[in-house]
Each structure stands twice: as structure tokens, then as C-alpha cells.
Design a protein around this ligand. Structure first.
Ligand code: GAP
Length: 518
């Protein structure tokens, strides 16, 4: 199965089992907007809890807030979003399709990387054991030529975007011979800037309504509350403020399902530090956040850092944590050293003093900020795409069977335990209900008595339930049940009284937190 096929199947599966639906589907949907269904919302909530507890509960010096989506319009002038939160747009005159000019160039760069990788693989096969990749990449004429061209174009793009030189961006597209994927032509318009913020009106039109924006990031709600939290919480630098909430961006190229949406959710933490300490904390948070990802157990090779060459208008260092999606390594989280840009500008634009007074040194200063910013929806996509597995099983009689199983890390699985009476009579349903009643305070449980036990296991596999508990006639005699594990399909007999400890061991978040801190 190609990665593209896998991705299509994942989208279909997400809908079929109630994880994610297109928004307003009965009206044919709304582009790049999605709704979470009954299982999607549970998965999303678990991811948020995993993040919140790892950031706020495990770190004494981090507290949370929940700021409003609407903010004073001056916030977005001070943050630079009114002036600089733009994407460079280009249209193809033949297909009438609109693209992000930088994405067209980045796709071209990725193609050069693929060509280089192909040359390396060919040589590896030719030379066998004696192959020295580093030497080959440095000396092979075709590869050095490809790399030189690639690096030149990358450098030109970064410079052009930093200087806002849109004419040069178009020249790069022309020089690289980039064609429209739809029309196949090079008939491009000029490149122009497009602001990504959604506007709306506050107050009635009769009163002279003012324009406000739907926030494009949650971070500004934290900056404008810096003094409120610092003073009321008696917070001492270094400390952090965390927040989870919706953000909105009028993305031009909205694609890849929930990867790039127009309405999405962010989990952001701003860590306020003494100027000069930011690089130390930047490295600290890069490492901490990578551990948080890896603790989920998808495999260390599924993640990598990408250090930015082109920095956002507010940053002096930035890196992405990238995950290997079915469509390649892509950003799930950004770690940014934002200097004193935001607090400094809010001080300027609001006319209020926004400084921290250090009682030990008696100095006042505008703190520097290191931010960690991750998209909840991208995490959901990451989890689903890594979890989706098709397996062929050999039955006892030698015949083959297929199953689709979502190998979601047990700690964030939407349903932790399914309790299944073997048959619908003889008091088995009652025992199953009693078990659920004792577990439901701590764990999301599901009761299912319909169809054969095999079919019920398959249904739970398809939604990622890590544990199935089967109640049979023996349960009535000795108060024991069969526990069946999703990934291995192994079964074991356990006492009903032991279930809470077993579920905690298998599906609790504590194990993950210990790994992060360990
Ligand atoms: N406050 C910094 C900030 O917003 P960003 O790199 O623009 O930085 C952070 O966004 C994260 O938010 C990204 O790594 C991604 O996970 C998520 N994100 C950004 N735009 C998104 C979109 N259109 N759809 C879904 N997630 C998005």
C-alpha cells in the first residue's frame, strides 16, 4: 500500500468510526474546517490532558490561563501580525489556481533532496559494504552539482522572503522552471502578500462597529496577561504561562486533512527568562518537548528537529519538531526564542510599563521569552497516522483474516476498556455493568453485548481500545474475567478486583510522565 493510499484510508476510517467529520457535511462541507466526533473528542481531550499535566502539573514554575479569543485590535499591531503575518501568494493564469510561492519553492527543494537521496541509494547498491556515504556526497560530481544548486536556491529564497523581495521570489520560481501542478504551465502572476487573519466586527453597525480579529495564535493572550499572572501568582523568573485554545488562520493552501486547517487548536507555553538566559532555556525546552513526543512510543526515528534558517519576525532562534507523516516529515511543534519582542512592543503600544522587578538584584527588565507551540489537531493526525495498522492474521485452522487496528498509545486512547459479556443472559450483562460502574469514575469504558465476541474485539481494535474485558460463566463462580490485549491479542485471566491496578499499569499516564522526567 502506498503512503497516499494509507492516508486516504485513514481519512475514511476517521469518519467511519466517529473521530473526524467534515464540517457542515450536509451542506457539502467547508474547506479546511473539520468537526470532531464522539471518539475524536475523547482522543483530543486526552492529548490536551497529556500536554497540560506534563507542562503545568510537572513543572512547579508553570501556571495556566484561558484568555478570550477576541482581543483589542492594537494587540495585533503590537505583535506584528497586522503588518507581517502574510503569506506570499502566486496564481497560475491558466489553471486559475492559487499557491503559496514559498511552498512551490520548498516543494522544488524537496525534489532536489529526493534526487540526491536516489543517487546515494544507487551508489550504495553498486558499492555494497565498502560504500562511504559521506565521501560520496562530498565528491560525486552529480550530487555536488545538485547540492550546490539546491543550497543556492534555498539561500536566495530565505533572503528574498526576509527582505520581502517579492519580485525575486517570482524570479526564483521562473529560474527553477517550476510549473503549475494542474495546468503544467509557467504562466504565473506577480507574487503578492496576503494577510492570514480573519476579520470580524464588534458592536452593532449603527454604533460604528470596530474591526477586530480572530486570534491567529493563542500566545498574545499570555503576553497581555504577563503582569496579571506574575503579580497575582507571585511568580518569580524564570516561570511559564501555558494555554490551550482555538486559533484561526485564513490559510491559502489548506490541505492534508486536519494538518492545515482554518480553525484549529494550539497548546502554547511562554517561558519568561532573564535576558541572556534564553539560549539555555531554548535548549532545555527543545529537549523536554522532544521527550514528551517520544514517550508516546511511536519510535525515535519518527521524529527530528528542523532548525529554522528563515526566522519569524519575532524570533532569534527557532526549531520545529517534525514527525514522519504518511506525506513525509512535517512540523508538529515549534520552539521559538522570541526575545523581548512581544512584551517590549506591548509596552510601547499600550503605554504601560511591562517589566519584571527582581527583588534579589533590584533590577527591572523586560523578560525574554522562549515559547513552545504545538497544534492539537496535528497531534491528533500524528497519533492516528502512526496508529493505523492493517494486519493479516492466520487463524487456528490456517485460514486468513484481516483486521484494522488503531495502535493508539493506551494512555491517550479514547476508550480505555471495553467490557463484554460473552452472552446476553445468565446474569453476565449484570456483572459487566457492575465492572463498568466501578471503573467509570477513572476510565472511559464501553459496554458491548451485540454480535459474536470476535466481531466485538474487531470493533474495539478499530477504535484503538487497548483492553477488552470479557465476562463469562466462570466469572460468576470465581469473580475472574478474561483480559484481552489489543496489540498482541494475548489473553489472560485476572480477578475482577485486580482490574483497576492492571488498567492503571497499562493505560495510565504516569508511566509517560516518569519517562519524560527520567
Ligand atoms: N505562537 C507561535 C505560533 O503560532 P506557528 O509555528 O505558526 O507558531 C505553532 O504554529 C503550531 O500550531 C504549529 O507547529 C502547528 O502544529 C500548529 N498550526 C499552525 N497553523 C496551523 C493550521 N493552519 N492548522 C493546524 N495546525 C496549525
Amino acid at each position: 500500500m502506498t503512503q497516499e493510499d494509507l492516508f486516504k484510508k485513514l481519512i475514511a476510517h476517521s469518519k467511519e468510526y466517529g473521530f473526524i467529520f467534515p464540517s457542515s457535511e450536509i451542506y457539502d462541507g467547508l474547506s479546511a474546517v473539520y468537526d470532531y466526533g464522539q471518539l475524536g473528542v475523547e482522543l483530543k481531550n486526552n492529548i490536551k490532558k497529556y500536554w497540560w499535566d506534563a507542562m503545568v502539573r510537572l513543572n512547579e514554575n508553570i501556571v495556566g490561563i484561558d484568555a478570550a479569543i477576541f482581543m483589542h485590535p492594537k494587540v495585533w499591531e503590537a505583535s506584528g501580525h497586522v503588518g507581517a503575518f502574510n503569506d506570499p501568494l502566486i496564481d497560475n493564469k491558466d489553471s486559475k489556481k492559487r499557491y503559496r510561492a514559498d511552498v512551490l519553492i520548498e516543494d522544488w527543494l524537496a525534489k532536489q533532496d529526493e534526487k540526491i537521496a536516489k543517487e546515494v541509494e544507487k551508489a550504495r547498491k553498486r558499492f555494497g559494504e565498502a560504500f562511504d556515504e559521506a565521501m560520496f556526497v562530498e565528491t560525486n560530481p552529480r550530487v555536488t552539482e545538485l547540492r550546490k544548486k539546491r543550497d543556492e536556491v534555498n539561500h536566495r529564497m530565505v533572503t528574498a522572503l526576509t527582505d520581502n523581495n517579492l519580485a525575486e521570489v517570482k524570479t526564483i520560481i521562473e529560474d527553477c522552471g517550476i510549473v503549475c501542478p494542474i495546468s503544467g504551465t509557467k504562466n504565473w502572476t506577480e507574487v503578492r502578500q496576503f494577510n492570514l487573519m480573519f476579520e470580524t466586527k464588534i458592536g452593532s453597525v449603527a454604533e460604528g462597529a470596530g474591526t477586530i480579529y480572530l486570534r491567529p495564535e493563542t500566545a498574545q493572550g499570555i503576553f497581555v496577561n504577563f503582569l496579571n499572572v506574575q503579580k497575582t501568582g507571585r511568580m518569580k523568573i524564570p516561570f511559564g504561562i501555558a494555554q490551550i485554545g482555538k486559533a484561526f488562520r485564513n490559510e491559502i493552501v489548506a490541505r492534508q486533512f486536519i494538518f492545515r486547517m482554518r480553525e484549529f487548536e494550539q497548546m502554547e507555553m511562554q517561558f519568561f527568562v532573564h535576558p541572556g538566559d534564553e539560549m539555555k532555556w531554548y535548549e532545555h525546552w527543545k529537549a523536554f518537548r522532544m521527550k514528551w513526543h517520544k514517550a508516546l512510543g511511536f519510535g525515535d526515528d519518527m521524529y527530528r528537529f528542523h532548525d529554522h534558517e528563515k526566522l519569524a519576525h519575532y524570533a532569534n532562534a527557532a526549531a520545529d519538531i517534525e514527525f514522519k507523516f504518511p506525506f513525509g516529515f512535517k512540523e508538529v511543534e515549534g520552539i521559538h526564542s522570541r526575545t523581548d519582542f512581544d512584551l517590549g512592543n506591548h509596552q510601547k503600544f499600550s503605554g504601560r510599563k511591562i517589566q519584571y522587578f527582581d527583588p534579589e538584584t533590584s533590577e527591572s527588565f523586560v523578560p525574554y521569552v522562549v515559547e513552545t507551540s504545538i497544534g492539537v489537531d496535528r497531534m491528533v493526525l500524528q497519533v492516528l497516522s502512526a496508529a493505523y495498522t492493517e494486519e493479516t492474521l492466520t487463524k487456528e485452522d490456517g485460514s486468513k483474516d484481516e483486521r484494522v487496528v488503531l495502535k493508539i498509545p493506551a494512555a491517550i486512547a479514547p476508550v480505555k476498556v471495553a467490557v463484554l459479556p460473552l452472552i446476553k443472559k445468565d446474569g453476565l450483562p449484570e456483572v459487566a455493568r457492575e465492572i463498568i460502574d466501578s471503573l467509570k469514575f477513572d476510565y472511559a469504558c464501553q459496554y458491548d453485548e451485540k454480535d459474536s465476541i470476535g466481531k466485538r474485539y474487531r470493533r474495539q481494535d478499530a477504535i484503538g481500545t487497548p483492553l477488552c474485558v470479557t465476562v463469562d460463566h466462570q466469572s460468576l463462580e470465581d469473580k475472574s474475567v478474561t483480559v484481552r490485549y489489543r496489540d498482541t491479542m494475548a489473553q489472560k485471566r485476572v480477578a475482577i478486583a485486580e482490574l483497576p491496578a492492571l488498567i492503571e499499569e497499562e493505560a495510565g499516564m504516569k508511566k509517560l510522565f516518569k519517562q519524560i522526567l527520567g
